[in-house]
Design a protein around this ligand. Structure first.
Ligand code: HEM
Ligand SMILES: *[C@@H]1O[C@H](CO)[C@@H](O)[C@H](O)[C@H]1NC(C)=O
Ligand SMILES: *[C@@H]1O[C@H](CO)[C@@H](O)[C@H](O)[C@H]1NC(C)=O
Ligand SMILES: *[C@@H]1O[C@H](CO)[C@@H](O)[C@H](O)[C@H]1NC(C)=O
Length: 355
């Protein structure tokens, strides 16, 4: 069945993303489709929604963490699940890169989804596709917009920590650095401002914040003095363990108050504040999204679809990992293999059918 699906998809020959610069991209790159798993894993949507709902109920921040995982997967060599790989003898994983180390989280939720999927439809759903749908379900769970997720990504056989350090934007970036970073991934200014709205949920450590309030970055013109005092108290140094909400008003709710906060000078990250400070039309977009939440939701949802289409591996590229943390060992490469023997821990409270 898996092969049949794949053949059907391969007929549809469409370039996936104009901005794609993948050296390995074949002339026959297959487009991702909404119904890729409708035959091979019809329960996919229910399973992911169930696990995400449960995880977010347990820990509201998890919605933010799962959204960020998709961003950090797709911006580094495309949406190929590479962000999920643990370190091995052959490579150091992207988890150890500066933008990820000590802050990227939610891996156990992805594991839980994968374990359930491996029981329901073994070796069928890629980890890259799990990230894409979990991000959507997380945003919905936090009160944000939904969008139709496309599927058919395959999982990478390696990870690249150097690329993660190079391609993921830094909290010390200026507005123009953000623009060129997002441009290099195929996004225009408006899409960049919309995607930054992902910071309407979740938290940052003092690590990326302290350097911007203690002098290394001095161009925070828009910053509210009272908010600066708050940050100085919360983050006396980079190793203080306080978590700072990226949206000071409603850190668990996906809404437009991130933009309202930016306009009030209450942006937690220098990079966010500089979207407002930087000259040009970025400010107009911030003002527009602050005022029109529906417009933000619309633009965000569309941009997430574009993001989830960055350089996917398709067709026979890569593989379908059985354990998202590791490339398949040679012995499980065959379809006859049993369920993820390499998981190395007990299956969690898996239900046989989604409610
Ligand atoms: C515009 C450039 C961006 C920069 C410079 C940036 C930087 C950061 C930083 C520094 C953190 C905190 C990490 C820490 O604690 O060390 C963070 C958190 C977060 N980022 Fe971004 N980010 C950007 C864009 C995005 C985008 C496009 C999304 C998703 C659409 C996103 C989603 C998130 C979320 C949800 C969190 C909170 C995660 C959690 O609480 O677990 N970010 N980001
Ligand atoms: C490392 O790469 C070699 C050669 O490709 C391969 O045989 C080996 O299984 C890999 N080791 C791990 C831990 O992935
Ligand atoms: C990782 O990315 C860097 C930076 O683009 C590149 O120079 C290097 O060749 C890549 N390494 C591997 C193993 O692909
Ligand atoms: C950083 O600040 C925290 C919280 O005030 C304090 O406990 C810690 O000793 C400080 N660390 C350094 C290296 O100054």
């Amino acid at each position: 069945m898996g092969m049949l699906m794949m053949n059907l998809v391969l007929i549809n020959v469409t370039p996936v993303n104009a901005a794609a610069k993948k050296e390995s991209s074949s002339p026959c790159a297959a487009a991702l489709t909404h119904d890729f798993y409708s035959q091979s894993c019809p329960k996919l949507h229910n399973i992911v929604r169930t696990v995400v709902k449960k995880a977010v109920a347990r820990d509201p921040r998890m919605a933010a963490s799962l959204l960020r995982l998709e961003f950090h997967d797709c911006f580094v060599n495309g949406c190929d699940g590479s962000v999920l790989l643990d370190n091995t003898a052959n490579f150091t994983g992207e988890k150890s890169a500066g933008p990820n180390k000590g802050s990227l989280r939610g891996f156990h939720v992805i594991d839980e989804i994968k374990e359930w999927l491996e029981r329901e439809c073994p070796q069928t759903v890629s980890c890259a596709d799990i990230l894409a749908i979990a991000a959507r379900d997380s945003v919905v769970e936090a009160g944000g917009p939904g969008w139709r997720v496309v599927f058919g990504r395959r999982d990478s056989l390696t990870a690249n920590i150097t690329l993660a350090d190079e391609d993921l934007p830094s909290a010390l970036y200026s507005g123009s650095q953000l623009v060129s970073n997002f441009e290099s991934k195929g996004f225009n200014l408006r899409q960049m401002v919309a995607l930054s709205g992902g910071h309407t949920i979740g938290f940052a450590r003092c690590v990326p914040i302290a350097p911007s309030i203690y002098g290394r970055v001095t161009d925070d013109h828009s910053m509210n003095p009272a908010y600066l005092t708050f940050l100085e108290k919360a983050c006396p140094n980079a190793s203080a363990t306080t978590l700072i909400p990226l949206d000071d008003d409603t850190p668990a709710k996906f809404d437009s108050s991130y933009y309202t906060n930016l306009l009030g000078g209450n942006g937690a990250l220098h990079s966010d504040r500089d979207i407002v400070d930087s000259a040009g039309t970025a400010l107009e977009h911030v003002q527009h999204f602050a005022k029109h939440q529906d417009s933000f939701f619309d633009e965000f949802a569309k941009a997430m679809v574009v993001m989830s289409n960055i350089q996917p591996l398709t067709g026979s590229q890569g593989e379908i990992r059985t354990n998202c943390r590791f490339v398949n060992p040679p012995c499980t490469a065959s379809k006859a293999a049993t369920v993820s023997p390499s998981l190395g821990r007990k299956l969690p409270l898996v239900q046989t059918s989604a409610p």
